[in-house]
Design a binder for this molecule. Structure first.
Ligand code: ZN
Length: 119
């Protein structure tokens, strides 16, 4: 069943749209966040992008909290950041028109840069 709050399991990515659910914070380390959907308990790993680290891109995290803490602590989290970027690209075709508009807005605010144009 699809979660009414976060869209799990259909939704794989939450780009910086105004409708991002009010997630519960579980951790923050090495420029990454781990949050939880208050309704279904699904985990999401978020990376804040400039400007002002105010554009957060979440991807679904299907491992445990402990595993996230372990991986984000290794090599300043670089492996996990690479994984996050890969997920964004892998699930790009699941983004809605509204998602694409928000990413376009982010790109305009950030001098043409967003996770997709940087890749
Ligand atoms: Zn949910």
């Amino acid at each position: 069943m699809t979660c009414k709050t976060c869209g799990n399991p259909e939704r794989k990515i939450w780009p910086p749209v105004s409708q991002v659910p009010k997630f519960k914070g579980l951790g923050s380390e090495n420029w990454m966040l781990l949050v939880e959907c208050p309704e279904c308990g699904n985990f999401w790993a978020g990376v804040p992008y400039e400007p002002y680290a105010s554009f957060v891109y979440y991807v679904t995290w299907d491992k445990s909290i402990e595993q996230w803490k372990l991986e984000i602590g290794q090599k300043d989290g670089s492996n996990l950041h690479a994984w996050h970027k890969k997920q964004l690209l892998m699930y790009k075709n699941t983004l809605t028109d509204n998602d694409m508009e928000s990413i376009q807005h982010h790109r305009e605010r950030n001098y043409g840069r967003d996770p997709y144009t940087e890749a």
